[in-house]
Design a protein around this ligand. Structure first.
Ligand SMILES: Cc1cc2nc3c(=O)[nH]c(=O)nc-3n(C[C@H](O)[C@H](O)[C@H](O)COP(=O)(O)OP(=O)(O)OC[C@H]3O[C@@H](n4cnc5c(N)ncnc54)[C@H](O)[C@@H]3O)c2cc1C
Length: 500
């Protein structure tokens, strides 16, 4: 996938999509699969907005049951299994435990009913059966859990994903289907003819080049940037998004082999402590955010809020701020509604403004295919299904064993496993590069099995431009507890070799 911004002004596309988060990427992928000519532009890196700041779950959303959003949960559970089949290298089942204490707002019977209903709604798409636990079984599952007042618990299953790479696989698939794609190009304003939008003025941010892109239909999949872009363009968008901030902490080590659902004692919100790449992902918060989406950051209070509750649930673990590896903050682009952030529906909405532009709002990552289908249906007035067997860039069966491949390429088996888990069937494309330069077989750091060929691959074939694109969204190294950060230095050195 090569960035070639000059070609964008040579066509009138059927569809121009602004925003390379999961929704923009999925719409592009679907539209191209139906033979439309499509352009997709992204002002930062793909998935650099909300789509890499998630809790990394493809889930029905057990907490939406108490808002009676059964349709959303059912639909999400169906989508979960489709993604697990399409990208087993990026989407894996994960077991969850909910410990329940005396005086919890949600009593044990309610939790038992909740997980039973959850599995019922999953039906044939269920990925593991729930269980009811007595206090000693909860302790067996989570050895460091607070036992005072513990009445029991429940377990259930959901799926964990690599959000940035799942988005990238949609981008790469769209590219393979002929979509013209670029990152680091910003949409500045609309081009209008007779009050209708016929294209945009865009700026290539790498070389500061202004150009125009024309299209018969335009979709803004701008996530949290929806309001600012529509206001800047004086577009009368009635259905604005309500942006709420969610913060995550990546904490050294694992609290448990299971994900744990924690209920905050004060505001009764739930959040998760999840095993993630050998460490723990703790989050998330949910607070209204009024500033520019470009300025969202983690505040001290966000960290204090999460750690306070984790300390309560794991009283014997010495929880210290020094053990925080990193934090990240993202914004939910929710369909605007009144009420507390946690109570707002995660359903999506698509609006057409008078000038003919389509705007996507809300939704969950999990339901991105549904959002893409609804969006194209609204534009063209007919259904646009994904193919029966949904395929992503790395989909398919890997027949060769890691042992055979390790022997063939002269690599450690751990490295081969890591490549398979990152690229699925495309692992061999990365390995081919090592024929060009055998030194690219080397690990870039002791902290992970990532090898130099992956950095080269990210630059040459996955349109990575900045070091942070590689560190966070191609190789997920930023989440690791690396004492030397040798990996960052190696990435910088290789990037300088290929991108001046
Ligand atoms: C804290 C948090 C946790 C979450 N956890 C989960 C979860 O575990 N599971 C789940 O299913 N959902 C989760 N969600 C919801 C999910 O992440 C979002 O619904 C989804 O990522 C939104 O994708 P998007 O493509 O609409 O937005 P984004 O990913 O934000 O994409 C919009 C893109 O538009 C680009 N852009 C903006 N302006 C311009 C411009 N002028 N020109 C070009 N490009 C532009 C931005 O750079 C951005 O990349 C979570 C959300 C948050 C905030």
């Amino acid at each position: 996938m090569i960035r070639d911004i000059h070609r964008f002004s040579q066509y009138v596309y059927d569809l121009l999509i602004i925003g390379g988060g999961i929704n923009g990427a999925a719409i592009a992928n679907l539209a191209a699969g139906h033979g439309l000519t499509v352009a997709l532009i992204e002002k930062g890196d793909f998935a650099s907005g909300t789509s890499s700041k998630t809790t990394k779950l493809l889930h029905g959303g057990i907490r939406y049951l108490e808002n009676f959003e059964f349709d959303l949960v059912k639909e999400s559970l169906q989508e979960r299994i489709i993604q697990m089949k399409a990208a087993p290298h990026l989407v894996k089942p994960l077991s969850f435990v909910i410990p329940v204490y005396k005086n919890d707002r949600r009593p044990l019977w309610m939790m038992k009913f909740g997980v039973t209903l959850y599995d019922f709604l999953g039906g044939e798409h269920s990925i593991g059966k729930h269980r009811f636990l007595n206090p000693s079984e909860v302790k067996g599952e989570i050895p460091d859990i607070e036992t005072q007042g513990l009445q029991g618990g429940v377990t259930y299953f959901d799926a964990q994903m690599n959000d940035a790479r799942l988005c990238l696989e949609n981008v790469l698939m769209a590219h393979e289907r002929g979509v013209h794609i670029t990152n680091y190009v910003e949409a500045l304003s609309f081009l209008k003819e007779n009050e209708k939008v016929i294209g945009i003025k865009a700026k290539g941010l790498i070389r500061n080049i202004d150009f125009e892109i024309k299209a018969k239909n335009i979709i803004c999949a701008l996530g949290p940037w929806t309001n600012t872009f529509s206001e800047k363009n004086k577009d009368e968008l009635s259905n604005k998004v309500r942006t709420t901030k969610g913060v995550h902490i990546v904490y050294k080590g694992n609290f448990s082999k299971n994900a744990v659902l924690v209920t905050n004692r004060d505001d009764k919100r739930i959040f998760f402590v999840i095993p993630w790449q050998g460490n723990s992902l703790i989050g998330t918060t949910d607070t209204d955010f009024k500033g520019s989406p470009d300025s969202v950051t983690t505040e001290k209070e966000d960290v204090a809020y999460l750690l306070r509750e984790v300390k309560r649930v794991f009283p014997t673990v010495d929880i210290k701020e020094e053990n925080i590896i990193t934090t990240f903050a993202g914004l939910r682009p929710l369909v605007s509604a009144q009420g507390s952030p946690s109570k707002i529906s995660r359903k999506h909405g698509i609006t057409r403004t008078k000038d003919g532009v389509f705007w996507v709002a809300g939704g969950k990552y999990t339901t991105y295919r549904v959002i893409a289908m609804d969006c194209l249906k609204m534009i063209y007035g007919r259904t646009f299904p994904f193919l029966e067997e949904f395929m992503l860039y790395g989909s398919g069966l890997i027949e060769e064993s890691s042992q055979e491949l390790a022997r063939h390429y002269g690599l450690e088996e751990e490295i081969v496993d890591h490549l398979k888990n990152t690229y699925g069937t495309r692992y061999s494309d990365v390995l081919k590069l090592t024929k060009q330069d055998p030194s690219w077989k080397s690990r870039i750091c002791a902290c992970s099995p990532a090898i130099a060929a992956q950095v080269v691959y990210a630059i040459k074939f996955e349109m990575a431009f900045k070091d942070e694109d590689i560190i966070w969204r191609r190789l997920s190294l930023g989440y690791l507890n690396c004492p030397t950060r040798q990996c960052f230095k190696q990435i910088e050195a290789l990037r300088k070799r290929f991108i001046k």
